[in-house]
Design a protein around this ligand. Sequence first.
Ligand code: AOS
Ligand code: ZN
Ligand code: ZN
Length: 391
Amino acid sequence: MILLSDLTAVKAALRAQRIETPSWAYANSGTRFKVFPQPGVPRTPEEKIADAAKVHELTGIAPSVALHIPWDRVDDYGALTKYAHDLGIEIGAINTNVFQDEDYKLGSVTNPDPRIRRKATDQLLEAIDIMDATGSKDLKFWFSDGINYPGQDDLRTRQDRLAAALREAYDRLGDDQRILLEYKLFEPAFYATDVPDWGTSYAHCVELGPKATVCIDTGHHAPGTNIEFIVAFLLRQGKLGAFDFNSRFYADDDLMAGAADPFQLFRIMWEIVRADALDPSYGINFMLDQCHNIEAKIPAIIRSVLNVQEATAKALLVDKEALFAAQQNGDVLGANAVLMDAYNTDVRPLLAELREEAGLDPDPIAAYHRSGYQEKIVAERADGRQAGWGA
Ligand code: AOS
Ligand code: ZN
Ligand code: ZN
């Protein structure tokens, strides 16, 4: 039973929610088998930012866009930041791409060749210069580094090389900047990845210090992994910095967040709500990391934002007192029922009302289709190119 006063608090929490969209999700990207190009996709970082601003305009809760360097490299980051601000959004996390250069065949920061390690580390430092110029607070590292065969390189030495590069980057961070260290079980390395799991990321972050936290990409685990346990554990340690939300059926599928398993997304958001970690002041960056290969990109990103918002609304509706009481009493079925009641609530009318109260269209996807924006970008952006994979 939800009281009116509770509903006011739920709405306030939802109004404060922030989700960051990734620049690369607006561009052409897909699988290694085929990238299906779409008309109207952005050709420049500015056009990606414009699309992100459109998503924010329609949803009201996506006021920042993550950049990926060098995909989004420009000459003047101050001007790019001003361009974003003029459109009503911020530059979010700076992602470093140390996986698409020929030199990185055997790794970037863990490469056996010190020259290549230097080059990769310099790229990490360049990203901090970009943070200084854009006002971005988050430096996100995902290293594709790893090996394909037993014996190919020394597992332990590679950890030492990784730690050295991370240390150099960490020591260069400003007071209000931090590292988000993402992990991934496999791909492109198939035998051993250098940061394969949350434990490895967590240990490096602890070694580095308070300005290093873990980024959980929801698609980066072995099938069946209990991701909400990882969320709860890292929250308790104060080491959860960010999410890369997407969904998957098999591996790193990068599908729309909440599409494959909305219940999992709800369980994750419940741990966030349970820890009072939803508000932006807590410091978690709720990002999307997706590739839209066959579906229209901007509507897919809007759908993902709405899916995260729906999961959050359901998590906020969990009757905490009833849940904790049932848990304390050992009432297994009762406790589970409290959680399921919240999950099974249709929150769409509540969210439509919330949007109307904020002066937004209650149906952001329909509003996008009516807006004429898609027709405009298709007409203006002939020669849309692949700004992500294979660029
Ligand atoms: C790669 O699998 C990771 O999810 C990274 O976050 C990566 O930087 C991003 O997907 C863009 O390729
Ligand atoms: Zn990711
Ligand atoms: Zn990924």
